[in-house]
Design a protein around this ligand. Structure first.
Ligand SMILES: [Zn+2]
Length: 267
């Protein structure tokens, strides 16, 4: 069986400490180091002194939900867990026989290579659309694996993992927001009105106004994830946009996250 490993092929990078919580602004309490992309998704970009303990609990909760939902798939591909001792070797799958559902436990080697990621339309701030379009779900799937699974375990339908789209949106918002602190000078960042802190902390707001997808189908690339920050000039303002592609190596779609906005400067 082929088992590519996506572990540590990028250097760790530690950015300058922030000195206040990047989500709520608190600078008086103990601040922890943020992994810009969660460590259990093999993130190596570190932002020291960037989160208070309250916000750390909040971000940890939605990061963990996504990590659990992608666990069988990640282990199957050899995308390594944070604590090898904690690694589980059986995964719960729900099978639907047509008239009833049942849960079964399967070992990692039987877990199909199947990854589901929301594929969104452009954020509404860019399109001016007034209605939310939820896009669709992108499925990266190995059909041989799925056939092997059906042959072994039966059933007409199986559910391998579940997570809320809202959980995913908070995760990409968090990654983009934290990356802005890393990728551009803080004096430059402070000229922007940062837009995502409240949504990351509370899950409330209008995320599809600021978070969306790219336009085209993208090829698989060598890096597991891709992230970059760009500015988008419009007639009267400038947007700070993070282009994020989690699981780019597997052909997953990209997301565009509008992190900040400022009035356009005179040339
Ligand atoms: Zn905080």
């Amino acid at each position: 069986m082929d088992r590519p490993s996506y572990e540590v092929n990028v250097a760790e990078f530690r950015y300058e400490p922030v000195g206040h919580c990047i989500y709520c602004g608190d600078s008086s309490s103990f601040l922890t180091l943020e992994h810009i992309i969660p460590l259990n998704l093999v993130g190596h970009l570190k932002l020291p002194k960037a989160s208070c303990s309250v916000c750390q609990k909040v971000t940890h909760a939605f990061e963990t939900e996504f990590a659990k939902a992608t666990r069988g798939f990640r282990y199957r591909l050899g995308i390594k867990a944070r604590k090898p001792k904690k690694r589980v070797h059986v995964h719960t799958v729900t099978i639907n026989d047509g008239h009833r559902k049942r849960e079964i436990q399967i070992p990692t080697e039987d877990f199909p290579k199947l990854l589901s990621i929301p594929e969104l339309v452009l954020p509404r701030i860019l399109t001016g659309a007034s209605d939310n379009d939820l896009g669709r779900i992108w499925n990266g799937v190995d059909l041989r694996d799925m056939r092997a699974f059906a042959d072994r375990y039966g059933g007409q339908e199986a559910t391998f993992a579940k997570y809320d789209v809202a959980t995913f949106l908070r995760l990409v918002a968090k990654v983009a927001h934290a990356y802005a602190y890393a990728a551009i000078p803080r004096s430059e960042l402070s000229s922007y009105n940062l837009l995502l802190g409240d949504f990351i902390r509370t899950g409330e707001g209008d995320p599809l106004y600021l978070i969306g997808g790219g336009r085209q189908q993208l090829d698989k690339v060598k890096d597991l994830h891709q992230i970059e920050l760009l500015t988008l000039e419009r007639s009267t303002d400038e947007l700070l946009v993070c282009r994020l592609r989690l699981f780019a190596a597997l052909g997953a779609p990209e997301h565009h996250v509008v992190v900040g906005i400022r009035e356009k400067r005179e040339a």
